[in-house]
Design a protein around this ligand. Sequence first.
Ligand SMILES: [Zn+2]
Ligand SMILES: [Zn+2]
Length: 139
Amino acid sequence: MHTGQCFCGEVKYEIDGELFAMYCCHCSNCRKMCGAAFTTNGSVEARAFRITHGRAIALSLRMGTRYICGECHSWVYADGTYEGTVLFPCGTLNEPPGRGIDFHCNVEFKAAWVEITDGKEQYPGFPPEERLIWRPNGD
Ligand SMILES: [Zn+2]
Ligand SMILES: [Zn+2]
């Protein structure tokens, strides 16, 4: 289980089990929402993710819906790239996730000053579905 929260602590969440994927996203939405060169996101099944405190406000953006804290407005989670998944910025986790990143995605849009040197796999856009969705029973 993992827990996390927004900047001010009003919105808190819990995740059952482990993160299926953890990756660096270089898209401009992630960059601008976090004000960082890129974000490290976690991907989990939607049913494993729940808000335990506070209210998150839905923002409808071109690339899908993202949810921010109603108080401090920091980004807490988003509808996943693929149906049935949720993604969230790993910087909101309360404890270290106990794993490293799997890959980089949306590298085509990365900030000009970023050089990727960790040797992890890179995708120009989003990765194939199997990198972001856990289907334990093959369904
Ligand atoms: Zn907040
Ligand atoms: Zn992104």
